[in-house]
Design a protein around this ligand. Structure first.
Ligand code: ATP
Length: 197
């Protein structure tokens, strides 16, 4: 069974994923799989070349991410095509991994950490969705410290994500991460006790 783990920028998804792993749960990370499927010799690269040209490949056969971004940036149709190709490759690889991991125990609960789970429409494939949330100001402060971005840059990213209210309406479990680590841990333990036992 695959449970989706999501949340906006700076909400604390990665921190919750670490707590879940620590407690023995398998958590696959969509961003990490994204890096995997865009690696050298991956089938996705051929599809990207077909749409964006051979110039997106470096001499050593790896993907030239900057060249690809330059080709797609600012062109809505190309951006949509790029997202469609990459997202499909991530989903296929994730399904393959989850399938292998569940062979020994079909009912095992595993998590899929996907920052833009709702935006991608993948909520429909999840047995249950856990949303990590925090007030916008708290999220901005965390990301300012973590990534060194300005408040305006972070707000711009937030504007491109689905609103927190809508995500909360669609989620099955809401983990409020508005205070310190002790409260977050207690919230995760409560979610496990209420949903996984
Ligand atoms: P993004 O989508 O931007 O990658 P995220 O949702 O994965 O963000 P995290 O990386 O888990 O968020 O958290 C953002 C930052 O806030 C990290 O530096 C993390 O250590 C810190 N943080 C998260 N939750 C708490 C908390 N409850 N108390 C203190 N710091 C926290």
């Amino acid at each position: 069974m695959i449970y989706g783990l999501t949340g906006g920028i700076g909400s604390g998804k990665t921190t919750v994923a670490a707590i879940l792993r620590d407690k023995g749960y398998i958590v696959l990370d969509a961003d990490e799989i994204g890096r995997e499927v865009t690696g050298k010799d991956e089938p996705l690269l051929r599809l990207l070349v077909r749409d964006f040209g051979i110039e997106i490949i470096n001499e050593d056969g790896t993907l030239d991410r900057k060249a690809l971004a330059a080709k797609a940036f600012g062109d809505k149709r190309k951006m949509n095509r790029l997202n469609e190709l990459v997202q499909t490759a991530i989903l296929c690889r994730a399904v393959e991994k989850f399938h292998k991991l569940s062979l020994s125990d079909y009912n095992k609960v595993m998590f899929f950490d996907v920052p833009l789970l709702f935006e991608a429409g993948w909520d429909r494939y999840m047995q249950q969705i856990w949303l990590v949330t925090a007030p916008e100001d708290v999220r901005i402060q965390r990301v300012e410290i973590r990534d060194g971005l300005t408040e305006e840059e972070i707000r711009e990213r937030i504007r491109h994500q689905m609103s927190e209210e809508e995500k909360m309406e669609r989620a099955d479990v809401i983990i409020q991460n508005d205070e310190g680590m002790a409260k977050l841990m207690a919230q995760v333990e409560k979610a496990i006790a209420e949903n996984l036992r």
